[in-house]
Design a protein around this ligand. Structure first.
Ligand code: ADP
Ligand code: MG
Length: 721
């Protein structure tokens, strides 16, 4: 039966409905999805050994004749044991399988077979195979008729482990499907194939599943990684050029005025703040929508840059929406802006407001702050009376329409789609507002060029002068109680502490038999301190005299807000939390960042935690607790202690932990293989160049209909916006 990539798995002859169902659960419904389920690695069973050569512990394939085969039952445990003896010219060896009685029907006496697996040694000193892979073959052991071997006598693909689906089962399917598949058309441009030395698509599929040699598999894998990177680049570059064709409100810069305002600020901008501001002001003057990411460590002073841009828009009579991920952060921005305005006399202060689900207040130019009813405020925004609207994302997206929205500023969210922006601007508006997104997450360069390739970037690389260094210490188990005493002393002196834990609660042991074999990593997870446990311990045993609160992602947003607010108001001393502690939260009185199980966090993440303290006048401390005594842990934590900027750490993290750490859930549609390849700057570069080259002469991919089709499918899968 000829197959094509869209053939559903259900109904292919020879695939049991049960198996198809399991695949379905993995999201594998079509031939394409099955074939694109790539092996994680390969085991080398290619050499066929003589039985007499075998050694205990070795992974090997042997080829011979079934001399004996039999089934017995153990009467006490009701198990079936199949035992077989296989012989070649040099000797014979026993193989056993538990609870697979059907094997006795397949491997009949006299049949030519291959076994592949690990050679075990019994208590009596006899070598045997336990649960070897087996295959019926013809003389020579390389296959049966037209069919090549798939489990033995070759490089054997090992697929990512998934519940109820063995690598053997998948191999069993993939091989005949590959054989019966209609040739796929090549859709990568010829140049890209040639320049990189990639195999064409059909060869690449064969090579990645059943390679003749490891090198073939690696090149094939690289090709598929390239495909995804290439599509990603095409998507980004096209998005960028599409956006460049849109119209945006022109925000003119009054340079003299900007200079006057800067002179009035209580501090001088750092060099990279100035540069960033300049890049932004130039962008918004052009009449094309800005799409810019402002990156800088926590505390590097992004807000003031955003406010200056908003102020420039207000000067032109235009509106700005300034959005934060949480109410706390929105309120914090409102207060920061209010404080900044108290210094600025060079220009008339525009009317600004705070609009969240629990608050709606207006600050008028005469410093009159008024609480107003929400509908009234929304009306003022709609009439264009309020120039700068500060709020949370969700709320603004739902209810509020602006009169002259020119600038959207978002905090800690990288993307904000063009259509979202247009909707915010009133929908019917022919303009797309400018976008300035701000992030304290250092993003490694390869990721910046791929996943966020459509954004222009401004970087704040230095901290404002006069910041106190945060004392960073790695705390070994024997220094624990001493350190607790230190924390108590700080708190007695009026300070506050964060305690970060890696996980919410102990993972439950699985209650079904398939999880009987628990992996080492899982066991480690169980050992990890949990927030709840830690909270109990700190509040009842260690610091019963202090006020301890707990925060984690499973709390309702309202509860979280309350806990954060109380901590901010100094009503609690210690906040025990998972990593949900909001990025960017400013609690100047907190001077201690204590991190439990610090070896379990990424470097960049630890760096961010540390940035939550040292925001006030007091000396601050970052205390990295670890129970691990390994050298690598020490080296990693030392990197934090010595780090001067987050970007280097991010690059290091990317190498150590992979891109998943950076992209998180929201980009989960992003293909694994492309994720891996983000560690390969050369490949990223090559994909970017190939994409740019094609688009230069053929923006709409008219000459590449197949490519265009793939691109559309890809974009639907990964949802860049
Ligand atoms: P973030 O980049 O984390 O958003 P903020 O914008 O909140 O940082 O700035 C942190 C603090 O530093 C604010 O109180 C701000 O007024 C102050 N600040 C910003 N720029 C400078 C500067 N160049 N010199 C001194 N202080 C600054
Ligand atoms: Mg901020």
């Amino acid at each position: 039966m000829p197959l094509n990539p869209d053939t559903p798995i259900f109904g292919i002859r020879g695939i049991s409905p049960m198996f198809a169902k399991r695949l379905d659960k993995l999201g594998i419904k079509t031939v394409r999805e099955l074939l694109w389920h790539f092996p994680a690695r390969y085991e080398d069973f290619s050499k066929i050994y003589n039985i007499a050569e075998l050694e205990p512990g070795q992974q090997a394939t042997i080829s011979g004749v079934v001399e004996e085969i039999g089934t017995r039952r153990t009467w006490r445990r009701h198990m079936t044991i199949v035992e077989a003896i296989i012989a070649d010219e040099t000797g014979s060896i026993r193989a056993v399988w538990f609870n697979q009685p059907y094997i006795a029907n397949t491997l009949r006496q006299g049949r030519m077979v291959n076994f592949a697996g690990k050679v075990s040694l019994s208590d009596e000193g006899e070598m045997y195979f336990s649960h070897p892979a087996y295959e019926i073959v013809k003389n020579g052991g390389v296959g049966y008729g037209e069919t090549e071997t798939r489990h033995t006598a070759r490089l054997v693909p090992i697929y990512p482990e998934t519940r109820g689906l063995t690598s053997k089962g998948i191999r069993f399917l993939v091989q005949p499907i590959l054989k019966n598949l209609d040739d796929l058309p090549e859709w990568l441009p010829n140049n890209a194939l040639k320049e990189n030395g990639f195999p064409e698509i059909n060869q690449a599929l064969k090579d990645i599943h059943f390679p003749a040699q490891v090198e073939d598999a690696l090149v094939a894998k690289k090709r598929f990684a390239f495909e995804d990177l290439f599509l990603l680049q095409l998507a980004n570059l096209r998005q960028k050029s599409k956006l460049a064709e849109e119209k945006a409100p022109v925000i003119e810069t009054d340079l003299e005025l900007v200079k006057k305002i800067l002179a009035e600020l209580p501090f001088e901008l750092t060099l990279s703040q100035k540069k960033s501001l300049w890049e932004i002001l130039q962008d918004v003057e052009r009449g094309r929508p800005m799409n810019r990411l402002l990156q800088g460590d926590v505390g590097s002073g992004k807000t003031v840059i955003a406010v200056l841009a908003a102020l420039t828009a207000a000067e032109s009579g235009l509106q700005t929406a300034f959005m934060a991920p949480t109410e706390i952060l929105a309120r914090q921005h409102f207060l920061t802006i209010k404080k900044l305005f108290s210094h600025i006399k060079a220009t008339a202060q525009p009317t600004i407001c705070l609009l969240t689900s629990s608050e709606s207040r207006v600050l008028y130019p005469d410093d009159m702050e008024t609480i107003v009813k929400k509908p009234e405020l929304i009306k003022k925004i709609q009439l264009g009376e309020v120039k700068i609207v500060i709020g949370t994302h969700a709320l603004i997206q739902k209810n509020v329409l602006f009169k002259d929205l020119a600038l959207v500023i978002i905090d800690e969210q990288h993307r904000f789609g063009v259509s979202q922006r247009q909707a915010l601007a009133g929908g019917t508006n022919a303009y797309v507002p400018h976008l300035l997104s701000m992030s304290a997450t250092p993003i490694p360069r390869t990721l910046m060029l791929t996943v966020f390739g459509d954004l222009d970037v401004s970087l704040i690389t230095e901290m404002p002068a006069g910041r106190k260094n945060i004392v960073t210490k790695i705390i070994s188990p024997d220094k624990r109680s001493e350190t607790y005493e230190f924390i108590r002393k700080e708190i007695r002196a009026g300070r506050q502490a964060f305690v970060i834990c890696p996980r919410i609660e102990q993972a439950q042991a699985g209650n079904d038999s398939t999880t009987a074999s628990v992996s080492e990593t899982q066991k480690k997870l169980w050992e990890v301190k949990s927030v709840t446990e830690e909270y109990e311990k700190l509040s009842k045993t260690i610091f019963p005299d202090l006020r301890v609160a707990m925060l984690h992602g499973r709390l309702k947003p309202k509860e979280k807000e309350k806990i954060m607010r109380e901590f901010g108001e100094g009503k609690t001393d210690i906040l025990v939390s998972t990593s949900v502690v909001e990025v960017g939260v400013d609690i100047p009185n907190a001077t201690i960042m204590m991190i439990e199980g610090s070896d379990r966090f990424g470097l960049a993440q630890l760096y961010q935690f540390r940035g939550r303290v040292g925001r006030g006048e007091h000396q601050s401390y970052c205390l990295l607790f670890t129970d691990s005594s390994s050298k690598t842990t020490a080296a990693r934590l030392k990197a934090i202690a010595e780090a001067k900027n987050g970007f280097e750490l991010a690059e290091q993290d990317l190498k150590l932990r992979g891109p998943g750490e950076f992209l998180g859930q929201s980009q989960s549609g992003f293909p694994d293989i492309a994720m891996e390849s983000l560690n390969n700057p050369e490949l990223v570069k090559s994909a970017r160049e190939a994409a740019a080259q094609i688009l230069k002469t053929d923006t709409n991919l008219k000459k590449y209909p197949l490519l265009k089709e793939r691109l559309t499918a890809f974009q639907n899968e990964i949802h860049l916006e």
